[in-house]
Design a protein around this ligand. Structure first.
Ligand SMILES: *[C@@H]1O[C@H](CO)[C@@H](O)[C@H](O)[C@H]1NC(C)=O
Ligand SMILES: *[C@@H]1O[C@H](CO)[C@@H](O)[C@H](O)[C@H]1NC(C)=O
Length: 244
């Protein structure tokens, strides 16, 4: 009887461990540099195309490129690139509010390595904010770029792709190449400072820019989150064309 009880306890313990998901504690930031996502390349490992797929990319008219053309296209953020043949971030990667407490979207996950075959490419994570105006709200994001750390931004942090969320360290070149130079993208870090300034962006990006002020309720930068991996929603896979 005692032995049986011991076994039962072990089983329960094992089961408990299996159910506890690895949680990452991190911070969220926002960004939108119009650059081709890094998970859109395969680092000369074509096998990734048949297993994981490659993140969909667009030409400067926001039209998706065929997969193999997208993988080999040069990023629009390379100085002096031909903007007619370069690849950019599609406007479909904007945040999508699903309900008052849930949004979908895409993210740069800060990593030590920015290789295109990074194992976290195309994985999805469910984030829950602990601080900031979005405290207790959740968001499911798919990773489309393994990003680099810098300044306050550390390994594990999530930079949520948000138009007007800041063009980041590469500057405004990618967005100028994609949309022309007539727009104001706000500060490199943090981007536009309020909802009205979203209207300085190309019209097709206003909705995603408004998301920050309407749904999240503020800047999002530096807000604490916990997150764990989840199965990717079909809606996100349908946009990115990629799943891991
Ligand atoms: C983008 O792709 C679409 C569809 O293939 C094409 O009609 C359009 O001319 C392309 N735009 C540029 C700038 O190449
Ligand atoms: C978040 O949820 C916790 C526990 O349910 C609650 O105590 C807390 O007040 C909530 N915070 C906000 C900002 O709603």
């Amino acid at each position: 009887m005692l032995l049986l009880y011991h076994h039962l306890l072990c089983l329960l313990t094992l089961r408990h461990h299996a159910l506890v998901k690895a949680q990452t504690v991190a911070k969220t930031y926002t960004g939108w540099d119009c650059c081709k996502p890094i998970c859109a390349s395969t680092d000369n490992r074509p096998s990734l195309l048949t297993t994981r797929g490659a993140v969909r990319v667009c030409n400067r008219s926001n039209q998706p490129l065929p997969t193999t053309a997208g993988v080999s296209a040069v990023t629009g953020c390379q100085p002096g690139v031909n903007t007619n043949t370069a690849a950019y971030l599609c406007d479909t990667y904007q945040p999508i509010p699903i309900s008052n407490d849930l949004s979908y979207g895409f993210a740069i996950q800060v990593q030590d390595s920015q290789a295109a075959d990074h194992p976290n490419c195309c994985k999805c994570y469910q984030l829950r904010w602990l601080t900031g105006a979005a405290a207790n709200k959740t968001m499911i994001v798919q990773v489309v770029t393994p990003g680099g750390a810098g300044g306050d931004v550390k390994r594990g942090d999530m930079i949520i792709l948000t138009p007007g969320g800041g063009v980041g360290p590469l500057g405004q070149g990618g967005c100028n190449g994609m949309y022309g130079g007539g727009y104001n993208w706000g500060g490199a870090q943090g981007g536009v400072r309020n909802r009205q300034e979203c209207e300085r962006l190309p019209g097709g990006l206003w909705g995603g820019c408004y998301w920050r002020w309407n749904w999240a309720g503020g800047v999002v930068n530096g807000w604490d989150v916990v997150y764990h991996q989840v199965e990717c929603p079909g809606r996100l896979v349908g946009i990115s064309g990629c799943v891991a």
